[in-house]
Design a protein around this ligand. Structure first.
Ligand code: ZN
Length: 129
């Protein structure tokens, strides 16, 4: 089941980077599933730009991101057609995500356990929760 973006940031992501998200033109369908908070959207943008640069450097095709989710408070990215260097880039961003608030994007988040679910969250969002 494709996951359809419900808010503007996701729609912009898919629109700006159709090649990386497997845009199916005939069926107007996104193959990628993104299930993380808005706070990580700019991180996802930076990741894709880094992957695009890497593809250019290596002279390879672009990777296809199939799944982005939150796993134990870190962003977890699944992608096809990656090179070893691209896998390293993805791992770096997954590490960075642990200190970025998944809710608001603040860069001083800590891992919080909320209702049995680990999330990266800043103190402000934690208080609002
Ligand atoms: Zn926050």
């Amino acid at each position: 089941m494709p996951h359809f973006p419900t808010d503007e940031d996701y729609q912009n992501l898919f629109r700006d980077f159709p090649d990386v998200f497997y845009w199916n033109d005939t069926e107007h369908e996104y193959r990628a599933s993104i299930c993380v908070g808005n706070g990580w959207v700019s991180l996802i943008r930076k990741l894709i730009e880094a992957l695009q640069d890497q593809a250019k450097t290596e002279g390879t095709r672009l990777p296809v991101i199939t799944d982005i989710k939150s796993k134990y408070g870190n962003m977890s990215v699944s992608a096809d057609y990656t090179t070893a260097a691209m896998d390293d880039i993805i791992e770096d961003f997954e590490d960075i995500s642990g200190s970025i608030c998944e809710t608001c994007g603040a860069s001083f988040a800590k891992q919080q356990l909320t209702a049995g679910w680990v999330t990266s969250m800043c103190q402000l969002c934690e208080r609002r929760n």
